[in-house]
Ligand binder design. Sequence first.
Ligand SMILES: [Zn+2]
Length: 313
Amino acid sequence: MKPGRTIIGLDLGGSSIKAGLFPVENSAPTRTLILATPAHEGCESLMDALIAAVGALCPEGLSDVAAIGIGTPGLVDDNGLVHGPAVNLSAWQGTSLSASVSERLGVPCVAGNDGSFAALAEARDRGVRELLFVSWGTGIGGGIVCDGRLVTGNRGMAGEIGHVCVDPSGPLCGCGQRGCLERFTGAPELVAAYRARGGTAVPEGADGALFPELAARHQSGDPIAEAVMEAAAGMIARVVGATMSILAPEVVVIGGGVPEAIPQLPDLVARALTQCSFPYLLENCRVESARLGNRAGMAGAAEAARNLSERRS
Ligand SMILES: [Zn+2]
């Protein structure tokens, strides 16, 4: 059988599935589509939606597809087994995602955490081999590329910098620990901090959904919003600075919905890092905004599939 000339990247999010068809030899997709995620309909429906996305992407069949990569929130080990509960996607827990999709479609498949796959895509886009990715949104995730390879760690947990403890007496986190970075800097916590500091009344509603309002106030110069974001950038920087001492990255990439809404944040983190990182490391490390935006998960899933097909050939 001749080797496949295309690969597929799937990014399974809580609200949408992003799918892309890529040539094996480069990272520009030739076809993309977005489908709604049936988040609350159980594992079978999620699986059917993934299969439907692949079918819509390749109406001519899968004979030319070398491999499929799937990124998903939650903890995904090297066997593609989903361990941790993922927001909106708890039906996945205990599922071997890569084995299930591979069995249904007859194509080799690799699954991984979406933050890790985003790190892989941002590293490939820059041509760097040492990269730390921070995904700053409702929660805080991340990914690590060392020596050009994605670091997944035991049970796929490497890069979970949102669950670094910054205050042992802080609020309880969903992971079971107290005072995680995420409990101070996630989008809902930023809105709560703005309210607690006496920020001008924000509309009633869930704090997470109100983050765009906080971002707009920050961009129009609201001093309390600016103070909240500066403090949050400082906390992110302290954890990034500690991580830099361990990994010595060439680039730290700050991505996710929060810096997309407030593009100055990577610079604020970089400035804060001058107070809390090894100067020799920092002078050889760039702090940058994500380049791939919400396409990073899909592009990284494709990159992981590309690596899988290279290992198999
Ligand atoms: Zn936690």
